[in-house]
Structures are given as C-alpha cells and as structure tokens.
Design a protein around this ligand. Structure first.
Ligand code: FAD
Length: 310
C-alpha cells in the first residue's frame, strides 16, 4: 500500500497519539539496527490503541506491537505495515492487599526498571531478579523475561489483552503457556496491562537484593553497549555464552557487529551495524558451537521485518 493511502487511513481514524511514516527502527531498538517501519504509531492510551488497531485491521495493514525494542532485531528492509508502540501506557496502581501480598496493576508500556524501582520503594518482593533488564512490562511478559532464577511469570496473576479488532479479554497466568523465554501470546494479541502479586517484605531487604543483582549483572554483562541482550537461548543444562566463549568466538566480528569480550552471548553494534551482518555473525557463531559441541543454538532475540538489498 502506498504511503499516501496509509496517511489517509490514519488521518480518517479517531486515533490520538503520535504517528510517523517511514520511521527508521534504528531509533527505537536498543541494538540501533533496522530499516524503516511504514507506520510507527504511539497511541496515547488504551482507547486510542484499540481504535488504531481496528482501523489498521480493517484496512489490511499488519500490526507489530513494540515495547522498548530491547529484544528485537529489525531487518534492514524495515517493517511492513504498522509498528504500534505501547510506551505511553505506563501507569501502576494497587488493586488490593492481604496480610502477605499486594496486588498491583501495571500497564504494558511501563518500563520494567520503573516497576522494579516501584516495588523496591514500597518493600514489595518477587521481581528483584529482574533488576537491570531493560524494556517494558509488556515485552517482559511476551518473552517471559528473567534472570537469577526469577521470571516475570512467577508474579503474574492475569494479563489483559486486546485483539486487532480492539476486543479485550483477560487471561489467567496459568493459561498463558509460559516457557523458557516464551509465552503463548501471539502476534495478533496486544498486552494492555497485567495484574501482579508481590509479597510484602522489608524495604531495606528488597533494596539490598535489587542492589546485589544489579551489581552482578553490571559485572557480567555489557549493559552500556548497544545490544539486544542474550542472542541465543541457553541450551538445557548449560549457558550459551559459555559454549560461544569456549568455541573461541569472543571478539569475532562481521561489519560493525562484534561478539562481546565480556559476555559472549551479547553481540554489540560498534557503529553502523546492519541486520544482515548481525544474522551472518549469528550463523557463524552457531555453526562453530555446533561443530565443537554438537549443540544447536536457538535465537532468543526476535528477528522481524523484511530483507534489505544486500
Ligand atoms: C543490556 C540488555 C540486558 C538484557 N538482559 C536480559 C535478562 O537478563 N533477561 C531477559 O529475559 N532479557 C534480557 N534482555 C532482553 C530484553 O530486555 C527483554 O526480553 C525485555 O523483556 C524485552 O522487552 P521490550 O519491551 O524491549 O520488548 P520488545 O523488544 O519491544 O519486544 C519483544 C517482543 O515482545 C512483543 N511485545 C512487546 N510489547 C508487547 C505488548 N505490549 N503486547 C504484545 N506483544 C508485545 C514484541 O512484538 C516482540 O515480539 C536484555 C536486553 C538488553 C539490551
């Protein structure tokens, strides 16, 4: 569909928020890689989100939900259709409490960092291990983010979703079909908000645990570099980073993409890296690991979009 037609469709809809056309995804991903999205929309609130999704669906324009863009590799040709970014939905509120726990509702675009900070400030326990993970609560639920033996599914009570017709539904955590860095949330479901159960604890103890996890994470991972976190999932019983390191891949480079010397499962954009170089480096690393250990590495990052001109 031509850009002009897309503009007409969006401007004729009751959408409130920001909308950009041919927006480079370099600006919206932690890897700073990716061609342009045909449409990049940031709805102001849940009602606007529902409006734009049904407009897009009726016009046959595909929708890709985006949180913080910290777990995606967008290909060089960019994204066909509309990226709907949920970063404006970021309220947190208390629903209720009992003797042991508090029930909070968190909107999907809330930064995980803000949610961890909120829990720390209030002495609520359960998500300390998620400290230092970038991105949003919606993205974390979608990929069941976790670290230090803690996963977001452990505190989730339910999740509220919208389909592309704007219809809303609530799914209990046990029905989300979580796995290791996966969930049963499909591409045509948008996470709007989630109910979480956090244990009531002593503020200073929660804070000490957050501090410890953050310190460890900073020592072991290049958090200040342009990356998407771990590129590959850990195979059963071992760490992908260890295998990549022992296969001699630290420092390997393709164009401006480099295997981190600090943590071999992090690939760093050293400047103007392309997605095609990133994917080629993934293939080379996976091949070396397979030849040395007979282990097939599976991507943890989500690769989306259309190929560019190589
Ligand atoms: C330095 C660094 C360290 C990291 N450390 C960790 C770690 O320790 N543990 C870990 O698990 N991950 C880690 N990550 C990866 C990443 O931060 C997490 O996976 C994070 O939860 C992704 O959230 P996001 O909002 O950025 O998702 P995005 O990258 O925006 O999206 C990821 C996927 O979720 C979907 N999605 C996002 N929001 C929604 C929504 N509201 N509704 C429906 N679908 C949605 C997208 O379509 C996409 O498929 C790290 C990344 C970096 C850069």
């Amino acid at each position: 569909m031509k850009a002009q037609n897309m503009k007409k469709i969006i401007s004729g809809s009751p959408f409130e928020g920001d909308v950009l056309y041919m927006e480079p995804m370099v600006k919206h991903t932690s890897l700073k890689i990716g061609g342009p999205a045909d449409i990049f929309a940031v709805p102001r609130d849940i009602a606007s989100l529902a409006n734009i999704c049904s407009t897009l669906k009726q016009s046959g324009i595909p929708v890709f939900p985006l949180g913080g863009g910290t777990n995606v590799l967008v290909k060089d040709g960019g994204i066909t259709g509309a990226v709907v970014c949920l970063k404006s939905l970021r309220r947190i509120g208390v629903l209720g409490r009992d003797d042991a726990a508090v029930y909070v509702v968190v909107e999907a675009g809330t930064l995980l960092r803000s949610f961890v900070h909120y829990a720390e400030e209030n002495g609520y326990s359960g998500i300390e291990g998620l400290a230092g993970i970038p991105g949003t609560v919606g993205g974390a639920i979608c990929g069941n983010a976790g670290a230090f033996g803690c996963e977001i599914k452990d505190v989730l009570v339910s999740v509220e979703l919208a389909d592309l017709n704007g219809r809303r539904s609530v799914l209990r955590a046990e029905d989300v079909r979580f796995g290791y860095r996966t969930s049963g949330i499909t591409v045509d479901q948008l996470i709007l908000k989630a109910e979480m159960r956090l244990k009531i604890d002593k503020r200073e103890e929660v804070s000490a645990r957050v501090h410890n996890y953050l310190t460890t994470k900073k020592e072991k991972q290049p958090l200040w570099e342009a990356s998407a976190g771990c590129v590959f999932k850990n195979p059963p019983g071992t760490a992908a980073g260890k295998l990549i390191d022992e296969a001699g891949c630290k420092g390997m480079r393709r164009g401006d993409v480099e295997v981190s010397g600090l943590h071999a499962n992090f690939f760093i954009n050293r400047g103007r890296a392309s997605a095609s170089d990133f994917i080629k480096l993934m293939e080379e690393v996976a091949d070396r690991v397979n030849r040395k250990f007979g282990v097939i590495l599976e991507p943890e990052i989500r690769i989306v979009g259309r190929n560019g001109v190589d």
